[in-house]
Write a protein that binds this ligand. Sequence first.
Ligand code: ADE
Length: 238
Amino acid sequence: MRFDVLTLFPEMFEGVLAASILGRAATHPADSAPDSAPRLSYHLTNIRDFTVDKHQKVDQRPFGGGPGMVLQCQPVWDAVQSVEPLDARPATRIVMTPQGRRLDQSMVEELAQLPRLLIIAGRYEGIDERVVERLAPIREISIGDYVLTGGELAAMVLIDAVTRLIPGVLGDDESAGADSFASEIGGVLDHPHYTRPRVWEGMAVPEVLISGDHAAIEAWRRQQAMARTRDRRPDLLS
Ligand code: ADE
């Protein structure tokens, strides 16, 4: 999987993409030879590098008035045209926007099957609608019903959620299937988790978990997951 990110703030991504599981996924492919290409790569492109404005401007005031600034078509279009030919794999175009379809785990699972994602992180009040139209087919994705200062954090959320589903990225290939929302467990919340010590501050772990009875443990976890889901997220069951 190749990720291309088009942004005005590439430095926001650097720490996140280099740290922890994402950094390891891009540098140390677990099941391939040391000198082979990583299964995953992230490529950052600064949209400002494509401006033709003599003051390096990429935004203008909105036609019709109103607050804020709008990212112009030309630098976004030229950035996409420059980045796409850098790899033969076809890119699925995505723009992060609070007006998009809301991201959920089933969308993440679908995106994780694709060979390449090209993600545009918008800033300011928005992107000129004409370039979004011209970039069709393009998926407009929101990470939730709240407004961020820009699409960068939203793009990082998307990249993180997709990356951990790429086979071999998580240490134990099983662990993604048991997550809250995973379609493998029926799109419900995860059960509670416990580890040592058996008693902490007078609170014991549920007895069944130390019984060694695997069928009983499975049944308990399933029941806990359903009870939590009914209590906290009944919408997931309807
Ligand atoms: N940009 C600003 N807010 C956003 C959101 N909620 N999702 C995606 N992109 C955004």
